[in-house]
Design a protein around this ligand. Structure first.
Ligand code: NDP
Length: 246
């Protein structure tokens, strides 16, 4: 497919799970792809190798999304090495679970830094380069709109914040023809939330479709938004959650 031919995408947290599927899918649709990771260098390189085998350019950058300077540097390096930046996908994420009374200041800072500050900083850096038709897509969560169970206050709060971030950015960048949206997965089978993990059956029970989603299901919606299908979609949150929020 060539819907994204000539485009350059940056995917944070592209070494595993949903981010890896997004990186592969955008490349399959014709984009050159830069992905970041925190620790999984080998897995990041495997995604890069797959994309290169498919004929597209790819690069993996070690960049901890908790560090705003690393996020900005990843944006700048993308432009320096690939010549442009068209699509930013803020995907890097960590799960946080437990009584909110016990959440440490460090944990609060880290979750908010990765989920909220990093997309904000990435948007600031990217906005200096994104052309008309540019895209900013942030991976939120169905828990950002409906929490449904205890012990997820910090995580849900951080995922709700990206809705406000994206609506604001949609207003700020709309005149330049740049769209900004959130994609909200429900239970998706990854290292973060394995379909055979503890608590998986409870999540399955809340899914009208009865099964976990696959990373590729989320990637398909990101690809739609990144391509011409997303031309008139901005400032919104799209759930890819098997009906979890229904
Ligand atoms: P995984 O744990 O499977 O993968 C997480 C990815 O994010 C990895 O590539 C990891 O890199 C990267 N990452 C984590 N922390 C950082 C960091 N500080 N800096 C840079 N990269 C980082 O998670 P998923 O694929 O399941 O989740 C992807 C996104 O989807 C997250 O934002 C998550 O909150 C969201 N989501 C997931 C759901 C699910 O059910 N799976 C449901 C709803 C939302 P490395 O390999 O180097 O550790």
């Amino acid at each position: 497919m060539t819907l994204l031919a000539g485009k350059v995408a940056l995917v944070t947290g592209g070494s595993r799970g949903i981010g890896a599927a997004i990186a592969r899918r955008l490349a399959a649709d014709g984009a050159d792809v830069v992905l970041t990771y925190a620790r999984a260098a080998e897995q990041a390189q495997a995604v890069v190798a797959d994309i290169q085998t498919g004929g597209r350019r790819a690069l993996a950058i070690a960049a901890d999304s908790a560090d705003p300077q690393a996020v900005t540097a990843a944006v700048e390096r993308t432009v320096a090495e690939f010549g442009r930046l068209d699509i930013v996908v803020n995907n890097a994420g960590v799960f946080a679970y437990g009584p909110f009374e016990d959440e440490s200041a460090e944990s609060y800072e880290r979750v908010m830094a990765i989920h909220v500050r990093a997309p904000f900083v990435a948007a600031q850096a990217a906005s200096r380069h994104l052309p008309r038709g540019g895209r900013i897509i942030t991976i939120g969560s169905c828990l950002g709109e409906r929490v449904g169970a205890p012990n997820m206050t910090l995580y849900s709060m951080s995922k709700a914040a990206v809705i406000g971030l994206s609506k604001g950015l949609a207003q700020d960048l709309g005149a330049r023809g740049i769209t900004v949206n959130v994609v909200q997965p429900g239970p998706v089978d990854t290292d973060m939330n394995p379909a055979d993990g503890e608590g998986a059956d409870a999540q399955r029970a809340g899914l009208p479709l009865g099964e976990y989603g696959r990373p590729e299901d989320v990637a398909a919606t990101v690809a739609h938004l990144a391509g011409p299908g997303g031309n008139f979609i901005t400032g919104t949150a799209i759930s890819v959650d098997g009906g979890f929020s229904a």
